[in-house]
Design a protein around this ligand. Structure first.
Ligand code: LMR
Length: 394
């Protein structure tokens, strides 16, 4: 039986993690996987998470099952965090999932159940695992232009022209903020134009929001998702707590479905519960419970938001420093986009050969499409990276 199996393609991001681990060189720099690291290169457990876990350890009296959609309090807290009061709560179905990836997977499953012919429009580029999951599920996928490597910004005209191909029942996958892998984002006027186009075409938005709080702030980063949810009849939102709560390995995420009315919400909620049952039964609870405690307890919430704000500002500082250093060394503004980008990533816009050269000659690891994790840098390694970029002739 097992001999029938075929070798599967390695995930490029995870493969790079391993290559970095195996590299014996001192001073190697990891700008690969999207994990936040502080100036000491550590991914800390956030203060509020530690405090909530301690309290949970003291207070929790059972680990019995909770419910197929997870704890409803988690659903409420996350709907509030992501959607605010953009839509009436009675129209939102929600189910906890194993991380943001679990939410993405369940969203695709639900789309396929509702409309097997739906085509999923994804940005070129998008998070590689979007494409990998869609391929695995054999769902029709169409790419739309997104990144303009000449400017480091969004190719908005190209994007709109490609989205014109969408038909009623198709799905447009959008990154709510902090686009992964490029770091280039739409402004709210552009979001409005995309919404108008989706309404005109009858296409449904699906938003993946994995970095709320890493770009311009918790509220600011949710603004586009809220605008979409308030204007379209239906949408799906996959949200992750991995990054903004730093609970990566706890697998904490949520899939929300905004329905047109409370009847459709009920049908949708039943479907989300059913899908959880089929795929893994009950979703993980520990991370979700910790997140709920933080969001519901004013002191914990304030401390979490303050620490997240420090994380965000440190990444913005590193962006400014890198853009400044590259401007000094290159004598040009061509890397200015690094300071404009938001979130954990920026795409340099260079070739895979140059990315390999940075790795081989300078022990600097970034994903092959030239995505670099800004949080993998610190004040001392920014000049090292800038010099390497210029030395490689990028
Ligand atoms: C990333 O894009 O690096 C992260 O989302 C981690 C992952 O699972 O790929």
């Amino acid at each position: 039986m097992f001999s029938n199996l075929k070798e599967q393609p390695a995930d490029k991001i995870l493969q790079l993690m391993q290559m970095y681990k195996d590299d014996p060189r001192e001073g190697k720099i990891d700008l690969g996987v999207g994990v936040y690291k502080n100036a000491e290169g550590v991914t800390p457990v956030m203060r509020a998470v530690k405090a909530a876990e301690k309290q949970l350890w003291q207070d929790q009296t059972t680990k019995a099952y909770v419910g197929l959609a997870g704890d409803p309090a988690f659903g409420d807290a996350m709907v509030d965090l992501v959607l605010g009061d953009a839509v009436p709560r009675g129209q939102v179905a929600a189910a906890a999932t194993p991380g943001g990836t679990g939410a993405v997977r369940q969203a695709f499953e639900m789309i396929r159940m509702a409309n097997p012919d739906a085509r999923i429009f994804v940005s070129d580029p998008t998070w590689p695992n979007h494409l990998s999951i869609l391929k695995f599920m054999e769902m029709p996928t169409v790419t739309y232009r997104y990144f303009d490597s000449a400017t480091g910004g969004v190719d908005f005209d190209g994007m709109m022209a490609d989205l014109e191909q969408a038909k009623a029942g198709d799905v447009i996958l959008l990154h709510g903020c902090c686009h992964n892998p490029t770091g280039a984002n739409l402004n709210l006027t552009q979001w409005q134009a995309v919404i108008d186009l989706m309404l005109k075409k009858g296409a449904m938005p699906m938003i993946d929001i994995a970095y709320q709080g890493f770009g311009d702030g918790l509220e600011e980063d949710a603004a586009a998702t809220r605008l979409v949810a308030s204007m379209v009849p239906e949408c799906l939102i996959a949200a992750s707590c991995s990054k903004n709560f730093g609970v990566y390995r706890e697998r904490t995420g949520i899939l929300m479905a905004v329905a047109q009315d409370s009847d459709l919400r009920g049908l949708t909620q039943g479907t989300l519960n059913y899908l959880n049952r089929q795929n893994y039964s009950f979703p993980p609870d520990h991370g979700a419970r910790v997140v709920t405690m933080i969001l519901q307890t004013p002191e914990l919430r304030a401390d979490w938001a303050a620490e997240l704000e420090d994380v965000r500002n440190s990444m913005l500082g590193l962006r400014e420093q890198l853009a400044g250093e590259l401007q000094r060394l290159s004598g040009s503004d061509r890397f200015g986009f690094i300071a404009q980008h938001r979130g954990m990533f920026s795409r340099l816009g260079t070739s895979p050969e140059m990315v390999a050269k940075l790795r081989e000659e300078h022990a600097i690891y970034m994903v092959g499409d030239s995505r670099l994790n800004i949080a993998g840098l610190n004040r001392d390694t920014v000049p090292v990276l800038a010099k390497a970029i210029i030395d490689c002739g990028i």
